[in-house]
Design a protein around this ligand. Structure first.
Ligand SMILES: [Fe+2]
Ligand SMILES: [Fe+2]
Length: 277
């Protein structure tokens, strides 16, 4: 079986629609929507809350598929060992456990989509998570996927759990709660392996944290996820602590999110000025 399976060759049936993340961000039609989404907490009072929740959960669903594919790949792509292009056996065991969890999350997500009134493929799929899982260094895979993107999943699951609670939807609330518990474990695996494998290699740790920073900033999605109470997805500080982030690391993500929000506001103002000119 081939090693390092490219993102273009992921197996999907005809229901799935792949969209490049840059195309999505630069699509002028998303400016108005993103302005709405970056300025309001997800509550049932928001007129677009049902669609926003469905879109968010479809994004999580395709992320679950890719997390399964990425963790499976990390078991297979590397020889077993302690070198920079190898993966220790215990790391592969963690990834195998993660595959089991992600497969379960895919099943939960399909049933939850049905419950929320969403068709598979109703929203597009960006393949960024899997792309981050193609990094040639296993530690960078774990900082980009487990710490950055599954860290974001923690923030989303916690937000959606609260949304389910306020909206009086116990199915949504409990699905999110169960997946959140597993996600904390996956992020903690990322934190533990980062520290363990780079304990004597400051250069590798620096590269891994830089990769995480890039992914974190990109996926703050113009302030969509931030430390502010009125943002649609709020940084889940307590769960991130449980997942092995220290206070300084959580503050850094909050700072990256503020920068992403400022940059998005500038872009939106420029787009609005252009539209009215
Ligand atoms: Fe998951
Ligand atoms: Fe996960």
């Amino acid at each position: 079986m081939r090693k390092a399976h490219p993102v273009e060759d992921l197996a999907r049936d005809e229901r799935f629609v792949r969209v490049d993340i840059q195309d999505r961000i630069s699509d002028p039609r998303s400016v108005k929507n993103s302005r709405m989404r970056t300025q309001a907490r997800l509550t049932p009072e928001r007129p677009d809350s049902a669609d926003a929740a469905r879109a968010l959960m479809h994004g999580i669903f395709v992320g679950e598929i890719q997390a399964l594919e990425g963790a499976g790949r990390t078991c297979w792509d590397f020889e077993t060992g302690d070198g920079r292009d190898e993966a220790p056996f215990a790391l592969k065991l963690d990834m195998a456990r993660q595959c089991w969890d992600e497969a379960r999350h895919c099943e939960i997500s399909v049933k939850l989509s049905d419950w929320m009134g969403t068709e598979i493929g109703e929203f597009s799929e960006g393949a960024f998570l899997y792309a981050a899982a193609c990094n040639p260094d296993p530690v960078l895979r774990l900082t980009g996927v487990n710490r950055a993107l599954e860290g974001l999943a923690i923030d989303v699951f916690n937000t959606m759990r609260e949304f389910g609670e306020i909206a009086g939807d116990p199915v949504l609330e409990f699905c999110e709660d169960w997946m959140l518990a597993d996600e904390v474990t996956h992020v903690k695996m990322g934190s533990d392996w980062l520290r363990r494998l780079t304990a004597d290699d400051p250069e590798r740790r620096k590269d891994a944290l830089e990769f995480q920073r890039i992914v974190d900033k990109l996926f703050s999605l113009g302030g969509f996820r931030s430390d502010e109470d009125d943002s649609p997805v709020k940084l889940a500080r307590r769960f991130r602590e449980l997942a092995g982030f220290d206070d300084a690391e959580i503050d850094e993500i909050a700072d990256l999110a503020s920068q992403a929000l400022e940059e998005a506001r500038t872009r939106q103002e420029a787009a609005a000025a252009l539209a009215s000119a």
